[in-house]
Design a protein around this ligand. Sequence first.
Ligand code: XUL
Ligand code: CO
Length: 443
Amino acid sequence: MSEFFTTVSSPIAYEGPDSDNPMAFRWYDKDRIVMGRSMEEQLRFAVCYWHSFAWNGADIFGAGTFDRPWTDAAMDPMDAARMKMDAAFEFFAKLGAPFYSFHDRDIAPEGATFAESCANLDDMVDIAEAKMAETGMKLLWGTAQAFFQPRYAAGAATNPNPDVFAHAAAQVKHCLDATHRLGGANYVLWGGREGYETLVNTDMGRELDQLGRFLNMVVQYKHDIGFDGTILIEPKALEPTKHQYDYDSATVYGFLQRYGLENDIKVNIEVNHATLAGHDFDHEVAQAVTNGIFGSVDANRGDDRLGWDTDQFPNSVESMSLGVYQILKGGGFDTGGFMFDTKLRRQSLARDDLFHGHIGAMDTLARSLLVAAALIEDGELDALVEERYAGWSSDEGQRILAGEVGLADLHARVLADNVDPAPVSGRQEMIENLINRTIERVR
Ligand code: XUL
Ligand code: CO
């Protein structure tokens, strides 16, 4: 097996915030304890297989730019898959993120028949299993790629043709088996084409029922095989279809409730998808935590001005701290983690650019974790919010929430006492300054 990332010889080490070494961590000190858990356990970093290894840098305007020998179409597809897996595990081991994630088709090529596709995947899972044992790498999640192949152009579970539904179901079954075999902590369903372009050819009610049925089958099968990982839906507002059924966390929660799935499926929130839905990342986390469906995070970000999924490495401590704060307030990750569904820019074609992207992202999140933990441990922010809602602890507040009073009771009281509350300051700027001071202060 030949070495692929030859400019990086040893695992990336933690050197502290004063280090100028671009190939060292400045904030990610994996054994440092933050709020009762090591950074490694709090952050549960994962590298994605697809953008990092399966993609050659092509975009809709231009050819691949990356130096990824296994993407050469002249290679035998299984030889290419093995070469790609060697490079991927070399990278994982050198970077030091504990988890990785894959689509079935990232690790094994589709065959001429479904049986051949299954056999290809099984062969590659054998190799992955051995490499995981050798390196100590763990699988954060597996997922079936049910959106690339032309058969899925009109959706997988939401396709007008039940044979396509059946094909997707068969593919998910096989990929769930593979994920289970590799000890995956979660199984993800991103509904790449579960949506529509136009209503003139679409029966929306039918498609939603199909998707509800599909997901119930996934949950049933998970129990049948004893997979104890979490099933996650990854919301996305648009792209590739104009209207996606899993728009955002709130939409997914409503959908899960409608189909009786709210206790069995959680969400994998992607930072860039939050942006596409017109939300901030911390909003999406808070919405999921509030509804009890927070699961995991794809930490890649969008661009302020480009309205598509640019999948950039996170690099803003300020914005990520607010999201990590909501995650910690919700109790932190259980089976989930921070997955880098990140793409290098197309011009970042040196082999070690993949290290720079991940090192920066891991440091950004490690520092964000310190900021979020400091905000919680200081208690000042909590106290301000607590004070803002203090009125609800009164007898009156509690009776309203308990359903003991109605509109007429409140009308009578406001009339009798001439209730005329004075507005109070929301203290937004003061709080924003508090957050900035915390960012400056953590070490
Ligand atoms: C697409 C996306 C996917 C999922 C896995 O926007 O985020 O890569 O994370 O299918
Ligand atoms: Co994603």
